[in-house]
Design a protein around this ligand. Structure first.
Ligand SMILES: [Zn+2]
Length: 82
């Protein structure tokens, strides 16, 4: 089984962090991989699981620190750069 896939995705325990927001036409869920502990962002488009990406703690921290309007732009920029 591949690591860091949907089967190993565990939502962040804090819902304010787990449901980090939307931007760029997608919605994002923050969590970790139960297998290797990597920080993950799960991307959803139209309510359908689109992709899961390994990200750094710094990336998540930057999203959390940004005010809502700016967070949306940051998320969109990140998603478009994938
Ligand atoms: Zn993993």
């Amino acid at each position: 089984m591949p690591c860091c896939a949907a089967q190993q995705f565990e939502r962040h325990p804090d819902p304010h962090i787990a449901d980090i927001g939307q931007g760029g036409g997608a919605e994002y869920t923050v969590g970790t991989c139960t297998n290797c502990g990597a920080h993950l962002i799960h991307c959803w488009v139209g309510g359908v699981a689109e992709s899961i990406h390994v990200v750094s703690q710094q990336t998540i921290d930057a999203f959390i620190a940004a005010p809502p309007a700016q967070r949306k732009a940051l998320l969109a920029g990140w998603f478009n750069s994938l």
